[in-house]
Design a protein. Sequence first.
Length: 174
Amino acid sequence: MSEKNKIRSELETERKKLLELIHDLKAQARLDQPLTGAVGELSAYDNHPGDSGSQLYERSKDFGLVEITRAQLTEVEQALLALEQGKYGFCQNCGRSIDPHRLEALPRTLFCLECKKEMEGGSLKKRPVEEEIMRPPFEPRDGNGKDQGQDAWKLVARYGTSSYTENDDEEEEN
């Protein structure tokens, strides 16, 4: 068996497994039905909100598993297409050869390790837009560099705290 046929066989086997997994996940969780039908109840009227929340969480988790499996299936199909086009084993981003050990471990990969790290690292560095205008909670705000946020507790505590008792006054006098 040639190397190309061996790789194709591995990818086809993985493709079949992923298709079966998607089918099984959908069937077990009844994802093709509305939530009330999948749970097996005629009405959600008498359910405790916590029960509904748990059911919704489980359902969204099941949808997430199906989505991840579909993404893996897409990678396998793209790898099969690259194999047919003679582009298998070369990074789709930079064009360099992908390490054979990486291909052996993850036959559906389309990117070299460096490009994949860069792709994943870039998405981890993205922060919410709101953070551009937000300031830390104890940043100096009065213009002279003094941090009023940390002094606020001292200002409020002189009026008393929940742990303050009349015995504290007596102890201070003695």
